[in-house]
Design a protein around this ligand. Structure first.
Ligand SMILES: [Zn+2]
Length: 441
């Protein structure tokens, strides 16, 4: 092995060994085995590339491309509709952004500390799971430079369900501790393909590590429906194409901030057109993020925090939505470009997208929850959904949510009148028996 590979980047601003050894968070170095060769061999040039990426997009607040989070506040929504529970495609939300922005990296200081520990001194986490998580990123980055990634070159050609499957199979799943994921069994890709679980990309030998299954979540009395893909049981992935936004154009989002008028990404074009293709503030995705976070809180009540990130993708970009169902805070990230625009790396996945995807799909290990600053900007979902908040808190389900509809109180109205007539006649006979003879069981 080339000894120079152990050299560390010495660019100004990097944490150096001495600085690091003074840190109270310094951990003993992990003893490495032969299987851990990626930690030894990860090239210095790639460490420098990572340093550029982190500096430019995540850590330097003065950078033009610095990635942020916007807190959103509900003005109106149908989360507690008194007539019926709404499916995700029937969701209506009107939201406005808070003026103060937060650094995206503030949610993931735990993960970024782990990564910079490695970048500055090749320090490897002692915890086996964390070490595995770090290894996933390093291996992926190496493969991304080697592979042609032909599956990801022309993302525009996929329809929305194909896009989510391709990205789960080639990006998000590969960065997670388990590459298994569940795809909505009612997805268009499945029906087109006759139920075969294959990757929609052009590579004929490409194996799909996910399976089709039941991704329904929620409760039929409130927001509910099928999620696009669930990665490793705890991260949601949804794709959006033109036409997904179901807002009534007359009820367009309020694009002013909470305390003053301002423009945002969605306000520059004709709102009707823009809303239809906008990943940002997408009603369906906001609702899915909220329901998924309440569900995680219900399933894992002892977790350190209940901030639950969900990934939204469209052809060339991704956005991360996070809802915290304990503190009632809803955050939306800046758009993250999926593909590299650089001519020398054209067709490859952007390093920023890889790092953010890695932080998000491993949020169990890498996310530290909301900062105190973020906790102040309430989404007001609790008050919007007040009359049904107990359902969101205690009665959500994962799987068979659609089927549950037929045991709900109002299910009777869906019975065919003919069968009702026949049953009514039979019931009259039974009733006669019931009241004319003493029952014996
Ligand atoms: Zn594929």
């Amino acid at each position: 092995m080339d000894a120079s590979k152990h050299d560390l980047p010495s660019k100004e601003g990097d944490l150096d060994e001495e600085q690091h050894s003074q840190s109270p968070r310094k951990k003993p170095r992990q003893k490495l085995t032969q299987n851990d060769s990626v930690f030894h061999d990860f090239p210095v040039t790639m460490i420098k590339g990572l340093a550029d990426c982190l500096n430019h997009w995540i850590l330097d607040k003065s950078s033009f491309s610095f990635k942020t989070l916007t807190a959103l506040k509900f003005l109106n929504c149908n989360a507690a509709d008194t007539r019926q529970g709404n499916t995700f495609s029937q969701v209506f939300c009107s939201v406005k952004p808070y003026r103060q922005l937060h650094p995206l990296g503030d949610l993931f200081t735990k993960g970024l500390l782990m990564l910079t520990d490695f970048m500055t001194s090749r320090q490897v986490p002692q915890n086996i799971e964390e070490k595995r998580v770090l290894g996933k990123l390093l291996n992926f980055l190496i493969k991304n430079t080697e592979a042609k990634q032909s599956s990801l070159k022309n993302l525009e050609k996929y329809n929305e369900s194909e896009l989510a499957i391709v990205l789960a199979n080639h990006l998000f799943g590969k960065l997670s501790t388990s590459d298994t994921f569940v795809i909505n069994q009612q997805s268009k890709h499945r029906s087109k393909d006759g139920g075969q679980a294959t990757c929609p990309c052009d590579v004929t030998t490409c194996e799909l590590t996910g399976t089709f299954g039941d991704t329904s979540v929620g409760n039929c009395k409130v927001w509910h429906g099928n999620l696009g893909i669930i990665i490793n049981n705890d991260t949601m992935l949804e794709s959006v194409t033109i036409g997904d936004q179901v807002n009534n154009p007359n009820d367009k989002d309020d694009t002013s901030t909470d305390d003053e008028d301002s423009s945002d990404d969605c306000s520059e074009q004709d709102p009707r057109v823009k809303l239809k293709e906008c990943l940002s503030r997408n009603n369906k995705l906001l609702a899915e993020s909220i329901v998924f976070s309440f569900l995680q809180k219900q399933k894992h009540p002892k977790k350190e925090h209940f901030l639950c990130p969900c990934i939204g993708v469209k052809a060339r970009e991704m956005i991360v939505f996070c809802y915290d169902s304990q503190h009632d805070v809803l955050l939306e990230s800046s758009a993250i470009p999926l593909l590299s625009e650089n001519l020398t790396t054209l067709g490859k996945i952007n390093t920023l997208a890889i790092v953010v995807a890695w932080l998000v799909v491993n949020y169990k290990y890498l996310c530290n929850g909301l900062t105190d600053d973020m906790k102040i900007a309430k989404s007001m979902f609790f008050s919007q959904a007040e009359s049904k908040l107990n359902i969101y808190n205690d009665m959500l389900k994962l799987g068979e949510v659609g089927n549950a509809y037929f045991i709900e109180d109002d299910a009777m109205k869906f019975l065919s009148p003919n069968s009702s007539l026949a049953l009514r006649q039979l019931n009259e006979r039974v009733l006669k028996l019931r009241y004319s003879t003493k029952a014996e069981y």
